[in-house]
Design a protein around this ligand. Structure first.
Ligand SMILES: O=C(O)c1cc(C(=O)O)c2c(n1)C(=O)C(=O)c1cc(C(=O)O)[nH]c1-2
Length: 259
């Protein structure tokens, strides 16, 4: 099917937002993928990112609850199935907890979300509220950061395998599975936004939603960097580098990082 020049220009506008603002450019990701993170920093990322994982199906359920179109509901529902899975086998959330175990964390501790940084909660909760409150078009558009996710997942798999002893196929199964799931999700989401943003006003709203979402992702890494990279400043309530650790604890990693 051919795309109109207007749609092509709008799609290019959306993609430019990712090029300028996606969190692949954040210094914390560059450290993580380049092998420069201590195990404490990797664990802090796993603990905080779990909070994002745990809220994704809740924001998708919020979207579904407001959606009057059965076809859209049918298609969107698979996102919840991807992350929650069935009672026996679980889904993405369980795969994330496998990563937690591989990096030497008690999965029950991670799933408790104790130790999640306040800034992570604020950013992620803002995403859930956004999807609950804004128009359906803006809610769908806010998921379009996933246009840029397969590249970061590929990069992450390669970087973690190269630099960290914990990394193997089982530990990284979350990311491999997303490589299968995300492209079809985002193809649908993009087509929906291109079709429904049929006025300049709606295009502006969709672009603003995508920009907001890049801020949600960037803010999570900013708060992580501030807490765990020198000069490390863990806010009250943030994980202390020790709780829930089942593997070896880095030698005073946070003291060292605070030099
Ligand atoms: O690792 C990443 O950088 C990354 C980014 C994003 C994203 O762009 O929001 C998602 C994911 N991963 C992901 O795994 C995932 O399931 C996911 C769902 C959504 C969403 O907004 O509905 N984003 C993302």
């Amino acid at each position: 099917m051919s795309t109109s020049p207007e749609k092509a220009a709008f799609e290019a506008r959306l993609r430019a937002i990712g090029t300028a603002r996606y969190h692949d450019k954040h210094p914390f990701h560059q450290m993580l993928h380049g092998g420069a993170c201590s195990m404490t920093q990797v664990r802090a990322w796993v603990i905080n990112r779990y909070y994002y994982q745990s809220r994704i199906p809740m924001k998708d359920a919020a979207l579904l609850s407001r959606c009057e179109n059965p076809r859209l509901r049918r298609i969107w529902r698979s996102r919840i199935e991807d992350h929650d899975g069935g009672l026996a086998e679980g889904g993405g959330i369980r795969r994330w907890l496998r990563l937690a175990e591989a990096v030497g964390l008690d999965p029950d501790y991670v799933a408790s979300t104790r130790g999640v940084l306040p800034g992570t909660r604020f950013a992620v909760d803002a995403y859930v509220h956004f999807v609950r409150e804004k128009t359906l078009l803006e809610a769908v558009a806010s998921s379009l950061t996933e246009l840029f996710a397969p590249a970061i997942h590929e990069n992450r798999i390669a970087g973690l395998l190269k630099h960290y002893a914990f990394a193997d196929d089982a530990a990284l199964s979350y990311f491999r599975q997303r490589l299968n799931e995300a492209p079809q999700d985002v193809a649908f989401g993009l087509a929906h936004v291109l079709d429904h943003a049929d006025t300049l006003e709606k295009q502006d709203a969709a672009a603003a939603a995508l920009t907001f979402k890049t801020d949600v992702l960037w803010s999570q890494l900013d708060t992580l960097h501030s807490a765990y990279v020198a000069p490390a400043r863990i806010p009250p309530g943030g994980w202390d580098g020790r709780e829930g650790v089942t593997g070896e604890i880095d030698d005073h990693p946070l003291q060292g990082a605070a030099e």
